[in-house]
Every structure is written in structure tokens, then in C-alpha cells.
Design a protein around this ligand. Structure first.
Ligand code: G6P
Length: 607
């Protein structure tokens, strides 16, 4: 999704803005631009395509003098990805420039009103109404103009604004779209996320909905809708800059796959006390949990798949029914939720618009809410009753890997923790905790056991379609395996519950059709084996994912990927790893832009 940056200080702004925009590339975009203020002159440069085009156009920023400015990467929603539609947008009198993330829902009515008032529109965007409103409301005070403008907007926005009559200052506003201030000595910044700022400063102020900011080189002031200053102290970011760099890997995705043992360890370590799982973020007593009639897990994309996989552990250990709902469906489904419902929302970014809306809907209906989130200070983290951070570190590749495995890890831990409070696993708690503590080393083994993933990719990358099959947890992992494959390699991939094949999908099986069969659950191995035989007898080529010494499968599959031996309840976080590697290598064979797949965004902040 779109990204914004802003800078004011004692150095030339353009190179700093361009560096910041490069750090936001991973979010997905199709055009970019910067506006820089030099004295009281605002100059704007915009391009379609990559930031590298903007660097070329501005000679890496050297051709654009000025000590403060704003920048933007645009992921087209209203209007095609053209230079006219790219941000920043200028007011008709050239005194104001605006960058915007989010969607202005009432822009058509505002556009009509502003056109009648004589303002000329140069783009098809919803954003342009903002800059004309600011011009209309400006009577010498930017604070006032910004507040009056915000009062007219319905929808979501993170805004960056400069005004030629306010040299050296950059302004910002936030409503339902992330925006963070970076505070440095004699320089201040804003950006859509911390990764764009962390090279310059570690001190961040998280803006909340309804808050505005006025930044000069010496001060970062936050104010509210009445124009009153709000005191906010910066939070120090502790992860290091290399965490957001490729560190010798060709792609962030491969780096993040390899980081999973460490990331999962970071998720687990602070939550094991005296050999037991413990969440200091939560305060559930046994009666509280006995009062819960059902758990709803809601999320989007891979986070939804993490819920699908974690559900089995929660139901098995806690004996509470668990429903999984796509956030985009739940929000409009008039859900049956009350104070006896525990809702768990999962989101790596903490900013996914549908997940935020679903969370709000559930809260309004009286549910207790827990958020599993990676990005500290994100919207979802601040909305839920309790937030459990995954501590996976920054995830840059659009296709999530360590985000997903750490989310499942938290669900496993919640299952053990709740079950222990409920008194269901007295004798087995140590064994379950041990299983959880073994996850990082087993994930490492799942990486080490599959050097053949690269060669298998060469064999399968030209396939027109890939079918992933499995049962129970294997099916849940198949969903995520198929998503990984399609989103980065563009090979059509779908997951099917193996037992459902004969109700339709088997009609698609023909000679040499690849089928990726997940068989990592001893209890139902024979069942999946029969499905493998069914597809094989119709000519399919089977790539099986199973345990190292699973003789039954070894003898029927054409090709193999392996995981170490593990209890099926906790296997999903391990099973996905070879499938991530396979998807990565297939995408590489197909020459795809692995970290920034076409049409996709890391953080989907619009509906
Ligand atoms: C996008 C990303 C996915 C992610 C989904 C949900 O589609 O490309 O990788 O799973 O959003 O994002 P969230 O930040 O809420 O986990």
C-alpha cells in the first residue's frame, strides 16, 4: 500500500526522502513522488514505476535543493498509476503540497463542492480534494487549516503537508492509517512505518487516530482537533538497522525464511517461566475461561491461515469450539458474538483495514479481544483488550514467512496456557511446553532437510497449476503453501482438503498433473495415502511432504520434501517451511520480483 515520508532538518531533504521511500518499497506501489521546499518555493517531482526512476529524475535528490519536504509511494486505488495521479498533489496556487495514504470516502461530494467554488482538479485521485480544502481553509494558520480540512474528511488518512508560507515545517495528520514521527537532534521525520525512519533515528512517537503533528528541525509537536498540544514521549526502537537489510541474501523473503528459528525463539523465550507457558499480557482466571463459549479467530491472508492451523491446538487442548472467519467476511456477517465470545485477531502489520473493522465490530458486540500482532504500536495493537506481540522483527518481503510461523507459535502457546488454567493438561503440561521449546530447532531442521527444494523447483516451475492436498492441520498448511506459491511465482495453485478431491477436483487430474501432498499427521496418514493413490492412478505426479523415514509415503511419491518428526498438534509451524522454500525457488526460476509481487501490498490499509 502507499507509503509516506517527511523530513525537516539541516540537510538537503530530497536524498533523505528518497532513502525513506526505498525502505517503503516493500509495501507495494506503482508511482512515486517528492515535494521539497526551498525558501518559500515548493518543487514537485513525480514518476511512474520504481523509485529508481525518481532517483534518476532528481539525480539522487541532488537536483532538488531544500531542507524540508514530503514523499510518497502510491498504490493506485482512485485513478490509474500515472504521473498526474501520483502524489504529492499541489494546490492551485502552488502554496501547499500533500501526500496521503488511505481513502477519502466522501471525495466525490467534496470534489463537486470544490469545483463549484472554482478549484481546478489535475488528477482523478480522492487525495486531491485535501489539498484544495487546505487552500480554502488557510487563513494564515496551518494548524487551523489542517483541522478544518480533517473535519470535512470521511474515511482513512495519513497525511503529510507542506506550506510555502511556513518554511522549515512539515505537518501530518492521522485517522485509521499508520503514521509515526521520528525524533532526532535538529531534525524530525514522519513515515508510514518505522523501517523508513530507523536509519536516521531510534526515537519514535506513534500518532493515534485524530492526532496531528507540526514538525520543525527543533520540535515535534502533536496536537488534537481543538489545536491544543498533546504531550507524547518518544518510544525507543531496539532492533538494529541490519534487521531491515538483506544481509547477504538475494531476497528479503529468503532471509526471512532463514530467520524463522530465531524469530520463533524470540516469540517463545519471554513467555516460558519455570518450565511453563505464561503470558504476562493476559489476565484470564479459570472462571473467565469457563465463561467463554466459543473462540473466533479472524484475520486476512496468511494471518487467516495461521488461525486455520492454530485452531486444532486450541480445540484439542482447551475443548472450546473455535471458528475461523475471514475478517472481510466477518465484518458484514452480523456475527453471533457476545460477552461469552473470545475473539483473537491476527495481523502481522496491525494495520489491515478489514481486520481493524472486524475487531471493532466484535468489540461493539461485547466480545473479549486478544490481538496477535508483530508491529509494535500499530492500530490493532492499540484497539484490542490485550495484545500479544510476536517479536518476529521487521518483515519486509510482501509474502509473509516469519510473520506466519510466529503467529502460529503464539496460538500453540495460548492453547497450552489456557488449557493449563482450565486444569485440562496437568500431567502433560511439561511435555507440551517442551514441544513448544523445540519449535525453533525443528524449524531449523526443516530448512536443513530440504536442500533439494531448489532442484525440485526446476522440475515443477513450468507447471500450469499446482494442487496442494492434505487433511486437518495438513490442509491448513496446504492453504498457506498454495498461497505462498501463487503470490510470488504466479503459478496457479490451490489447496484442497484431500477427502474432498473425489467431490470435484479429481476431474482436473490428468497425466503429469503435479499434486503436492502433505502427510505429516500419523493418525490420518493412511487416509491421505489413499488420496495419493487415487490421484496417482489418474496420472498425477506427486510431490509429498512428510517425515524423513515415512516408508509408506516414500514408496508411492515421485518426489519428497521432509520435516523432522513432530506431534501433529504442533506441526504446522514446521511443515510450512519446506513449502516456503519451494515457492521461493519456483518464483526465482520464473524470474519473478519475489519481494514485491505484482499487484500485492504488504499492508493492505484499504478495504
Ligand atoms: C497482505 C499481505 C499478506 C498478509 C495479509 C494480512 O495481503 O501480502 O502477506 O498475510 O495482507 O496482513 P496482516 O498484516 O494483517 O497480517
Amino acid at each position: 500500500m502507499c507509503g509516506i515520508v517527511g523530513f525537516t532538518g539541516k540537510h538537503n531533504a530530497a536524498p533523505i526522502l528518497l532513502e525513506g521511500l526505498k525502505k517503503l518499497e516493500y509495501r507495494g506501489y506503482d508511482s512515486a513522488g517528492i515535494a521539497v521546499m526551498n525558501g518559500s518555493e515548493i518543487s514537485v517531482d513525480k514518476v511512474t514505476g520504481r523509485i529508481s526512476n525518481l532517483c534518476e529524475k532528481t539525480r539522487d535528490g541532488g537536483a532538488v535543493p531544500g531542507l524540508c519536504g514530503i514523499g510518497h509511494t502510491r498504490w493506485a486505488t482512485h485513478g490509474a498509476p500515472t504521473e498526474e495521479n501520483a502524489h504529492p498533489h499541489l494546490s492551485n496556487d502552488g502554496r501547499f503540497a500533500v501526500v496521503h495514504n488511505g481513502i477519502i470516502e466522501n471525495y466525490l461530494a467534496l470534489r463537486e463542492e470544490l469545483t463549484e467554488a472554482g478549484y481546478r482538479f489535475e488528477s482523478e485521485t480522492d487525495t486531491e480534494v485535501i489539498v484544495h480544502l487546505i487552500e480554502m481553509y488557510y487563513k494564515g494558520s496551518m494548524r487551523e487549516a489542517l483541522i478544518n480540512t480533517a473535519n470535512r474528511l470521511h474515511g482513512s488518512y495519513a497525511l503529510g503537508v507542506i506550506c510555502s508560507e511556513d518554511p522549515g515545517k512539515i505537518y501530518a495528520a492521522r485517522e485509521a492509517s499508520p503514521l509515526i514521527l521520528g525524533v532526532g537532534p535538529e531534525e524530525n521525520f514522519f513515515a508510514s512505518d518505522v523501517t523508513a525512519l530507523v536509519n536516521n533515528t531510534r526515537n519514535m512517537i506513534y500518532l493515534e487516530d485524530g492526532e496531528f503533528a507540526e514538525l520543525s528541525p527543533d520540535a515535534a509537536r502533536v496536537f488534537d482537533v481543538t489545536g491544543q498540544d498533546i504531550r507524547k514521549s518518544p518510544v525507543r526502537i531496539t532492533w538494529d538497522v541490519q534487521a531491515a537489510e538483506k544481509g547477504g541474501y538475494d531476497h528479503f523473503m529468503l532471509k526471512e525464511i532463514m530467520e524463522q528459528p530465531g524469530a520463533v525463539k524470540a516469540t517463545i523465550a519471554p513467555r516460558i517461566k519455570d518450565g511453563r507457558v505464561f503470558f504476562e499480557e493476559l489476565s484470564f482466571s479459570r472462571p473467565d475461561l469457563q465463561n467463554i463459549r466459543k473462540i473466533i479467530i479472524t484475520a486476512c491472508g496468511s494471518a487467516y491461515h495461521a488461525g486455520c492451523a492454530g485452531r486444532y491446538a486450541l480445540e484439542k487442548l482447551c475443548r472450546i469450539p473455535v471458528e475461523i472467519e475471514l475478517a472481510s467476511e466477518l465484518r458484514y456477517s452480523d456475527p453471533l458474538i457476545d460477552e461469552h465470545t473470545l475473539v483473537i485477531v491476527i495481523s502481522q502489520s496491525g494495520e489491515t483495514a478489514d481486520t481493524i473493522a472486524a475487531l471493532k465490530e466484535c468489540r461493539e458486540r461485547g466480545a473479549k479481544t486478544i490481538a496477535i500482532v508483530n508491529v509494535v504500536g500499530s492500530t490493532i495493537a492499540s484497539l484490542a483488550d490485550s495484545t500479544i506481540y510476536t517479536w518476529a522483527g521487521p518483515e519486509i518481503a510482501v509474502a509473509t514467512t516469519k510473520g506466519y510461523t510466529t503467529q502460529i507459535t503464539i496460538l500453540y502457546m495460548l492453547a497450552v496456557y489456557f488449557s493449563s488454567i482450565l486444569g485440562y493438561i496437568a500431567g502433560a503440561e511439561v511435555a507440551y511446553t517442551d514441544e513448544i521449546q523445540q519449535l525453533p530447532s525443528r524449524i531449523q531442521q526443516a530448512i536443513d532437510l530440504n536442500p533439494s527444494a531448489e532442484a525440485l523447483a526446476k522440475k515443477y516451475h513450468r507447471s500450469k497449476a499446482l494442487f496442494f492436498i492434505g487433511r486437518n492441520t495438513d490442509y491448513a498448511v496446504a492453504l498457506e503453501g498454495a498461497l505462498k506459491m501463487k503470490e510470488i511465482s504466479y503459478v496457479h495453485s490451490e489447496a484442497y482438503a484431500a477427502g474432498e478431491l473425489k467431490h470435484g477436483t479429481i476431474a482436473l487430474i490428468e497425466e503429469k498433473q503435479p499434486v503436492i501432498a502433505l502427510c505429516c499427521n500419523h493418525a490420518i496418514m493412511e487416509k491421505t495415502l489413499s488420496n495419493i493413490v487415487e490421484v496417482k492412478s489418474r496420472g498425477a505426479k506427486v510431490l509429498a511432504l512428510t517425515f524423513r523415514n515415512n516408508q509408506k509415503i516414500l514408496s508411492v511419491a515421485d518426489d519428497l520434501l521432509f520435516i523432522p518428526d513432530v506431534d501433529a498438534v504442533f506441526s504446522a509451524a514446521i511443515e510450512i517451511v519446506p513449502l516456503q522454500l519451494l515457492a521461493y525457488y519456483v518464483a526465482r526460476e520464473n524470474g519473478c520480483d519475489i519481494d514485491k509481487p505484482k499487484n500485492l501490498a504488504k499492508s493492505v490499509t484499504v478495504e
